[in-house]
Write a protein that binds this ligand. Structure first.
Ligand SMILES: Nc1nc2c(ncn2[C@@H]2O[C@H](COP(=O)(O)OP(=O)(O)OP(=O)(O)O)[C@@H](O)[C@H]2O)c(=O)[nH]1
Ligand SMILES: [Mg+2]
Length: 328
C-alpha cells in the first residue's frame, strides 16, 4: 500500500439510483391505416447503485471527494412500441471489509468481504408503462400511461474494517512496523519514537503454495488506551477480524510481563472475544541484549514465545514458519 495515500475508514455519502423512464402515449400513424391503435412503449428501468469488492483498495479516500453517487435514469418509452433503454447501473469498487450502513435508519445494509462480491445499495425505479399496455377491448385508444418510478435514494455510511489474517499488537516503538517490513517487504514508516504509525499498514507474505497471508500493523497501544490515552483503541477494529495475533514485546523493556499484561487487558477492554483468537508472544530487539534476560525467558504465560530481531532478521524465518503452520 502506498504511504502517501491517506487512510480513510469512515465516510458518509448519498446514493441515488436512476429513475424509471416514463411510459409513452402514441398511436400508430401509417399511410392507408386511418386510425392506428396505441403503440406507446414502456419506459426503461433506472440503474442501480452497486458496490463490489476490490482487493486492490484499502482506503475509502475516493468517497471523500465524491459524496453523491448517482446511477443513470431509464429512458422514456417511444412510439412504435419502443421500450426506453434501461439506465446503466453505477458500479463502485470498495475495499474488502467495507460495511455499509443506512445513515438515517442506523441499520446495517450489508458488507463486502470478498473479491467481486456485490451489494445493491439503491434500487433503480421501474419504467412506466406506455399506453399500448392499457388498451382493452372497451378502450382501444387509451390516453393513459405511467410515469417511471423514482429511484431509491439513501444516505449511507461506509465503514472500513480492514481484512487481514494476522494483527501485530504492541506498545509504541516496540518494532511493529519493522516486523511488518521484515516479514512482508512492505514499506511502513519506521522511526525511533513512539506513535510513528498513525494509521494501519498492510503487508502480504506470499507462501510457497501461492497463498497470501496478510498482516496488519496498527498504531501502538499503551496502558489506559481504552480510556482514550495515546491514540486510543479505535484502530483495534482493523484487527478485529484477524484470526491470529502477534503480541510484540520489546525485550529491552524493564517489565516485560507487565507490558504483556497491559496489552492483554487493553484487548479485553476493547472486545473480550479478541482473547479467544490464537496468538503468540514475540520478543523483539534481541540484538540489543547479549543474552536473553531471565525475566523474559521465564515468563509464566501460556502462549508460544519467540525471540527475534526484526531489524537484523534474526529468527524471522522461524517466525514465518510458525505463521505458515497457522494458516494451513
Ligand atoms: N536494535 C533494534 N531496533 C529495532 C528493532 N526493531 C525495531 N527497531 C527500532 O525501533 C524503533 C521503532 O521501530 P518501529 O518499527 O517504528 O516501531 P513501532 O512499534 O511500529 O512504533 P509505532 O509505530 O510508533 O507504534 C525504530 O528506530 C526501529 O529501527 C530490532 O529488532 N532491533
Ligand atoms: Mg509503527
Amino acid at each position: 500500500m502506498d504511504k502517501k495515500v491517506p487512510f480513510i475508514d469512515r465516510v458518509k455519502i448519498k446514493v441515488k439510483a436512476g429513475d424509471g423512464g416514463d411510459g409513452c402515449i402514441s398511436f400508430r400513424r401509417e399511410k392507408y391505416v386511418p386510425r392506428g391503435g396505441p403503440d406507446g412503449g414502456d419506459g426503461g428501468k433506472g440503474g442501480d447503485v452497486v458496490f463490489y469488492g476490490d482487493p486492490n483498495l484499502w482506503t475509502l479516500l475516493d468517497f471523500k471527494y465524491k459524496r453523491v453517487l448517482k446511477a443513470e435514469n431509464g429512458k422514456q418509452g417511444k412510439g412504435k412500441n419502443m421500450t426506453g433503454r434501461d439506465g446503466k447501473d453505477l458500479l463502485i469498487p470498495v475495499p474488502l471489509g467495507t460495511i455499509i450502513w443506512d445513515a438515517d435508519k442506523d441499520e446495517k445494509i450489508g458488507e463486502i468481504l470478498k473479491e467481486r462480491e456485490r451489494l445493491i445499495v439503491a434500487k433503480g425505479g421501474k419504467g412506466g408503462r406506455g399506453n399500448k399496455s392499457f388498451a382493452t377491448s372497451l378502450n382501444r385508444a387509451p390516453r393513459i400511461r405511467e410515469e417511471g418510478e423514482k429511484g431509491e435514494q439513501r444516505n449511507i455510511i461506509l465503514e472500513l474494517k480492514l481484512l487481514s489474517d494476522i494483527g501485530i499488537i504492541g506498545f509504541p516503538n516496540s518494532g511493529k512496523s519493522t516486523l511488518l517490513k521484515s516479514l512482508t517487504g512492505a514499506h511502513p514508516e519506521i522511526a525511533p519514537y513512539p506513535f510513528t504509525t498513525l494509521t494501519p499498514n498492510l503487508g502480504v507474505i506470499r507462501t510457497d503454495e501461492f497463498r497470501r497471508i496478510s498482516i496488519c500493523d496498527i498504531p501502538g497501544i499503551i496502558k489506559d488506551a481504552h480510556r482514550g490515552k495515546g491514540l486510543g483503541l479505535k484502530f483495534l477494529r482493523h484487527v478485529e477480524r484477524c484470526n491470529f495475533f502477534i503480541i510484540l514485546l520489546d525485550i529491552t523493556s524493564e517489565e516485560p510481563l507487565n507490558d504483556y499484561e497491559v496489552l492483554i487487558s487493553e484487548l479485553r477492554e476493547y472486545n473480550p472475544e479478541l482473547l479467544h483468537k490464537k496468538r503468540i508472544v514475540v520478543f523483539n530487539k534481541i540484538d540489543l541484549v547479549g543474552e536473553i534476560p531471565f525475566k523474559a525467558r521465564n515468563l509464566k504465560i501460556k502462549e508460544k514465545v519467540f525471540f527475534i530481531s526484526a531489524l537484523k532478521g534474526t529468527n524471522i524465518e522461524e517466525l514465518k514458519g510458525e505463521i505458515g503452520k497457522w494458516i494451513k
